[in-house]
Structures are given as C-alpha cells and as structure tokens.
Design a protein around this ligand. Sequence first.
Ligand SMILES: Cc1cc2nc3c(=O)[nH]c(=O)nc-3n(C[C@H](O)[C@H](O)[C@H](O)COP(=O)(O)OP(=O)(O)OC[C@H]3O[C@@H](n4cnc5c(N)ncnc54)[C@H](O)[C@@H]3O)c2cc1C
Length: 467
Amino acid sequence: MAEASEEVYSSLHQRFRGELLRPGDSGYEDARIIWNGMVARTPGLIARCTDVNDVQNAVRAASASGILTAIRCGGHSLAGFSTCDGGLVIDLTRMRQVTVDPTKRRATIAGGCLLGSIDSATQKAGLVFPAGVVSHTGASGLILGGGTGWLTRRLGLSCDNVEGFTVVTADSSVVRANSKENPDLFWALRGGGGNFGVVTEFEVKLHPLTSVVLAEGLTSESGIRGLLESWRDFMADAPIDLKWNIDLRLAPQTRKVPIELRGRPVASSSLIWTGDPEVGPPYLQHALSMCSPDSVSSKIVSFLNLQTMADSDFPHGRRYYTKSGYFTYLDDSSIDRLMEAVSTIPSSETQIELAYLGGAAARIGAHETAFGDRSSPFILNLLANWSEPSADASNVAWIRGTFNKLRPAMKPGVYVNFMSGDEQDRVPEAYHERWDRIVSVKSHYDPNNFFRLNQNIPPRRVGARNS
Ligand SMILES: Cc1cc2nc3c(=O)[nH]c(=O)nc-3n(C[C@H](O)[C@H](O)[C@H](O)COP(=O)(O)OP(=O)(O)OC[C@H]3O[C@@H](n4cnc5c(N)ncnc54)[C@H](O)[C@@H]3O)c2cc1C
C-alpha cells in the first residue's frame, strides 16, 4: 500500500493544484481525523482537491495504481468510510462554494460543503435547502444517502430537492446527471450514496423560510409509554408543517432540566412548526401537555439557530455506534421494548432517536429515486455516544442487543446514512426491490468497484469474479 500511495503522489504532485499530505507532513494529523473517534486510521496520502480537475487527476492516478480510495466531504460517516489505512483520501473540504440564485430559487453546492455553509449562503436570500439537523455534517454524504431533517415533512428529503449532479466517475470523466442527461445515474445518486463517483457539484431547489416555531419538553419515565402511543396516533394525521422528534435518553445534568429529572430516563420532545405561527400552537400544545410543565419552552427561532442548536451534542472525536430501521406502525410490544431499552441506556449521551417522516417525503414514489420506499413513516436510530475506549464493548453490545429485540417488528429496509461499518449484509435490504436496477447502474459507471468505501453496491463483474 505504501508503494501505491507513493506512486499516486509521484503521479500527482506536478499537476495537483490543491494540497498533498503524507504521514509526517505538517497538517497531516489534523487532516487525518474524522468525526467518529471509533475510527482512527492512517491514510498513505490525503489529496485535498481545489477543483474538478484535481478530483479527476486524483481518481485517474488512484485508479491506475489500484490504491484503496476513500472520498471525504464532511467526514461524518458514522461507519467511518471517509478514511482508510494506507490508502488515498480524496478530500473535498476545500471545495465549499455555494452560489445562490434568489430569483430562480436555485443554488449550486460544491462537493465539499458542510450543511452550515449552505444555510449561511441561502439564508442571506431568505431561502432554505432541506437537509440535516447538525451544521457540521457534510452535505455530500448526507444528500447522496437521502437526507432527512427538520424540513423533510414540509419539503421532502434532501435528495428530492436535487435537480442535477456533476460527477467524476471511475474512469475520471466528468458526467452530468439530471432528468434529461444520464437519467439512470440521476436516479441512483438520489439515495445510492457514494457508489457512483465523486460528486463535485449539486444543483438544488431552494424554498422560502427564515424562522420556525420551536417547542421542547421532557416527559418523565412514567409518562413515556403514553407519550409514544399518543405520538404514534397523532402523527398519522398531523399537518406537514409539524415535525415532532422524540429522543429517549437520560436527562442531561444541566440547569435547564428540572432537578428531579436530571440523570433519569426521559423522552425529550422537539417540535417545529413551519407554517403560520398563529395556527401551530394547538398542535404544539398537544405534545407539550404530556411534558413536565417546568421543562417546557416554545419560541420563534431563526432557521440558522434551529440548524445549529444540536451542534454541540455531537462533538467530533467522541465514540459513536449506530443501528437503525423503519416501522410501518409502532406497535405496543415495540413500545415495551423501547421502555426496556431506555431504562438500561449505558451512557448519558446515548439516544434512541425517533422521527416520523410522511408528508412531502412520502409523496415521492418508491421507484422515483434509489432512496426508494417511503411508506414506513417511523424511523428509529439507536445512537450510542461515549468517550472512553474501555466502554466500547458495552456500548456496542447495548446497541446490538436493543436492535435485535426491536428488529422483528421493523419493516425490511434501512437508511444507508444511519448504518455502521459492520452492516454490509444489510445493503441489499436498503434497496430491496430496487437492487437489480441499482446494481446495473453501478456496473455501468463503476465496473471495478473503485468506489467501494461506502455502503457498497458491488458491480456484477466483481460479484461474478468473486463467486
Ligand atoms: C452529527 C451528525 C448528524 C447527522 N444528522 C443527520 C441528519 O440530520 N439527517 C441525515 O439524513 N443524516 C444525518 N447524519 C448522517 C449523515 O447523513 C451521514 O453521516 C453522511 O455520510 C455524512 O456526510 P459527510 O459528507 O459528512 O460524510 P463523509 O464521511 O465525508 O463521507 C461519507 C461517504 O459519503 C460519500 N461521499 C462523501 N462526499 C462525497 C462526494 N462528494 N461524492 C461522492 N461520494 C461522497 C462517500 O462514500 C463517503 O465515504 C448525521 C451524521 C452525523 C455524524
């Protein structure tokens, strides 16, 4: 591998406009680190690209040498796919340009953008791009996997709001994908993750929005069952302007939390209302009536505040492990399992995240995008979050055990961005009835599986060779 990275370095260094970092170089150690502290790897070369030509040169050199290659935007892959040992990282963190056309309500987003860079640029024009809930997350990985967030019910998934991609494919050519040009690739890039090439630019739709009503509250352990039953039934007919997320967790030891709840199992409800602020209160009140009165708040917040309020809950460098799935209906026995799980949570930062999709996301047909079936509105994400390596085994075991108990009631399927690095066997499940089609697109654009550090869709030729 060391030879391969030297070969790539030699081939690139004369013509590469960005930065090439090898172990020992100044800046290498910082560039090596990704968000999940569980994944500490040492690439042989990090190629920090400045433009599409750099990306093409890096892909060409890497492909010729056969080196293992990771693609990095925000470095937030929970699975740790944006790094590798000994191989090459094609790092897009210098490519963060966002260009907004306020009149057409469109933007172009470069392949290395963080969500925060998009929000800052689009909010100057009073517009939003629907994406995730933490501003230091990379946009590329999030959009390519699907992209859920506060605005999913109102405006759809992130990938539903992409009208075109510019991609450097495995043969290093620059390809455009939209509804007219390479429509199969366009379909696959909306949910298929990083399997098809390096996306250097997204063309996206924007929507007017500058503030929302935000309501929050905590429900004590004895009230969680009733809250979950009510949430399940209420959301089925709720307006698309309402997003109500529930996290089951141990209440933080902070002054904002009523003293009797601190450190205790709670359900933490966070709701936003994106419509007319005069219309939202009864809906918000329904949820808040099941929360401890001295834990409740409701206020209008700017969109930029909303998008950054969870940033410090998920700091870089902590240790994270996740498993996820969908429910068509959250039945009573699944609620029992969730009650058991919250009473055994092993870390104060670990969360059982529950979100209800539906709305605009559910209006897109199962075959319109590779993301696929949106008919199971309940998304569960078990996210363990801890700091000590000595606690790795207990945290991972807790996630696996909890997941195994809940899995029988889940609908087959999984959101690829909420998967860990040890779930390759679930990738066909993520695309189930779309599997043949997505394998065909992969086989066409990446027949040798150059882009394989991802929730991987093996091309047919590689599959045949390996069998
Ligand atoms: C703190 C945190 C909050 C999150 N919140 C949300 C959320 O609200 N909603 C949601 O849907 N998801 C969320 N996620 C999950 C997130 O969508 C994935 O972790 C996603 O992979 C992050 O993208 P990234 O660009 O930072 O990833 P990276 O680690 O940089 O890349 C991950 C993978 O994406 C692919 N990739 C990245 N850039 C490109 C590119 N330009 N071209 C081609 N492939 C590329 C590659 O396969 C790469 O291995 C969150 C994750 C974290 C850590």
